[in-house]
Design a binder for this molecule. Sequence first.
Ligand SMILES: [Zn+2]
Ligand SMILES: [Zn+2]
Length: 353
Amino acid sequence: MSGPPTFFDRLLWRVNFLPRDSALRFQPQIAAVIFGFHLLALLACIPWLFDWSAVALVPIGMYLFGTLGINIGFHRLLTHRGFECPRWLECALTVLGVCCREGTPLSWVAIHRMHHQHSDDPPDPHTPKASFFWSHVGWFLVYDPAVWSINTYDRYVRDLLRDRFIKKMEKPRTQKRVQLAQLAVFLTLGAIVGAVVHETWLGALQMSLSWLVWGVFVRTVVVWHVTWSVNSLTHMWGYRNYNTHDDSRNNIFVGLVSNGEGWHNNHHAQPRAAAHGHKWWEFDLSFVTIWVLEKLGLAWDVVRPKPRADATSGAESGAESGSATPAVPAAAAPAEVAVVAAPPVPAGPGSVA
Ligand SMILES: [Zn+2]
Ligand SMILES: [Zn+2]
């Protein structure tokens, strides 16, 4: 339910960011967190907090939290079930994703499945057809009762609502504990390394704070913008391997910085495929990781892309979608979601709105 419009809502009506008298409401708490983390990340400009070991934590953290947590955990596993893995690994990947502060697992998966079902059509929560700013950051600064409703969860994440661990991760108390644990780990490890290297209390404090700023604040902001760029840039600029019904693109820049998520047109064409790079040069470190897990016996039922001739046969003949695989397995999701982006003929278990 939307409450009465606030000062911020009326202000955004005036600048035409929100439609006047709509049910959309600006979310100042989320805006404060986003703005606050950007300010905290700027602490990296203080020379006293610079240390090469801390700087190295950014790419390491991008892989640990962004690639393992978001790309592999939230996206390719929880959303699309592109592979299966041991329960302990699924839980660990989920916790790493929660550390990124991109929302709870249920909200992340529900919004993303909604995006796949309505890509670049009006119900798409973050299409850049509204504006670049909207698709990058604006859409989650605004509460839309049509999106954030119990119906959304029931329709898009019914399979995950049965998962006790996922439901536990939804609780604000659990989220807070995960975030505090993350801060404690970086502060403590930084202090230990600082004490060993500098052999002074001040050196330990300096390294501890340096690891916190670079390893948490800077890394979180960088991972945010990488994820947001998948929502914005890869629906605006890039090339297309498949004639999907949306504006998805393969964006080389996003493909490389996101460790594979930027090959987004490939992904929209075959959402369940665990590999997003479909050409030999479309490097996808996220899939390389899944491949290594598979070799180690820690991943199985890995969904691989259909041969290109199969995948594009519908697209090249002018069909609305080049999709060869549904967004999620039929057993894991309600009918509306299971047939996302499936070719319109032959008919699935019901027509998609
Ligand atoms: Zn997309
Ligand atoms: Zn997806």
